[in-house]
Design a protein around this ligand. Structure first.
Ligand code: NAP
Length: 328
């Protein structure tokens, strides 16, 4: 079987983890890596066994042999990087948060339709077997009607003014980097846009949110979500329904363990599913499955849900008064 030839744009921290998963995936070929400097591209390519190295993102998009491009640049670059790839007819897997705001994502979707390419936000959480098991429990009614979700995602990152997390012009801040996971979980389980959104954030001296708290109200269900990167918390998720509840342990978005309980807190079932490589293999396989079936959108990470999440985050930032330089 022919392998899918992957190109990677941006050679930072997550690109490295992704390349590890790619190298261990039989149906993937580590084909080309692009960086803003040729030197970095060459070093990355040789470390992970990519055949080609490009000193600009554009050159990689112009390589006719690239089947699918993984965009691993900071949030504020996703919009222009995606448009560049799509304009060259390339399929795209773009890191989260997919854009700075919903307007940008709507524009991307227009181009996706025009050029008839595959596009997916790299929401790896939703492709992982543990999360899919949780969804299966919910969809088959094991906890009854979902009435409450509580999830937090914190990651203590020592202050560094040069980090993309702290830079407003990179689309920094906790919401777009971390909060996107609990919001995605809520939108996935309860169905897109809530009836009400109330959000508050602590904005740091660099002008981005260093932690935030968001409450969402859906018909019959309430949600409480927190994220931040100057503290450490447990990073758990709890999904509670009329007949029981589910817990996802530390780092809920990438956990290999989830537990199903009844209303009396008796453990009914556990899902303990260790990663085969490092957890990114599942989104890679999902992309391959879509490409092989000619699907332009993954049912695991559908466009309308990514759009709903972006709209929720727009509303939160509107309430805080946070506008990024590159969206003005
Ligand atoms: N799925 C996950 O688990 C996960 C985890 C972490 C991050 N992410 C996402 O992945 C993306 C990248 O995060 P990261 O942690 O890998 O960031 P990072 O280490 O800072 O790397 C980002 C890369 O993007 C390129 N880049 C292009 N324009 C840039 C600019 N103006 N400033 C800095 N770098 C720029 C650089 O590559 P070149 O110099 O080679 O061009 C840089 O190495 C973000 O969207 C983030 O949300 C996902």
């Amino acid at each position: 079987m022919e392998k899918h030839k992957w190109g990677i744009i941006g050679t930072g921290a997550i690109a490295r983890k992704f390349a590890e998963a790619l190298s261990g995936t039989e149906t993937a070929e580590c084909y080309a890596a692009a960086s803003r400097t040729l030197e970095k591209a060459k070093a990355f390519a040789s470390e992970y066994g990519f055949r080609k190295a490009y000193g600009s993102y554009r050159e990689l998009t112009e390589d006719p042999d690239v089947d699918i491009i993984y965009i691993a640049t900071p949030m504020a670059s996703h919009f222009e990087d995606s448009l560049l790839c799509i304009s060259k007819g390339k399929n795209v897997l773009c890191e989260k948060s997919v854009t700075l705001n919903s307007r940008q994502f709507e524009q991307i979707l227009e181009e996706v339709r025009k050029h008839d390419v595959f596009f997916m936000e790299a929401m790896w959480m939703k492709c992982r077997p543990t999360y899919r098991k949780v969804k299966e429990w919910i969809d088959s009614g094991r906890i009854g009607e979902v009435r409450f979700i509580k999830a937090d995602f914190f990651n203590h990152v020592p202050y560094n003014a040069e980090s993309r997390l702290y830079k407003a012009d990179c689309g920094g801040g906790a919401m777009l980097d971390l909060g996107v996971y609990p919001i995605t979980m809520a939108a996935d389980i309860l169905g897109g846009i809530p009836d009400e959104t109330v959000s508050a954030a602590v904005i740091g001296k660099d002008g981005v949110d260093i932690n935030n708290t968001t409450l969402l109200k859906y018909a019959g269900a309430s949600v409480s979500l927190d994220s931040g990167f100057q503290l450490q918390c447990r990073n758990n998720a709890l999904i509670s329904g009329t007949d029981g509840y589910i817990t996802m342990g530390d780092w809920f978005h990438c956990t290999c363990e989830a537990y199903l309980y009844n209303r009396e807190s008796t453990l009914l079932e556990s899902a303990v599913i260790p990663d085969e490589i490092n957890g990114y293999e599942y989104e890679i396989r999902e992309v391959h499955r879509c490409l092989e079936n000619g699907e332009k959108e993954s049912p695991l990470v559908p466009h309308d849900e990514t759009l709903a999440v972006m709209r929720i985050m727009d509303e939160c930032r509107k309430q805080w008064g946070l506008v990024y330089p590159r969206e003005e």
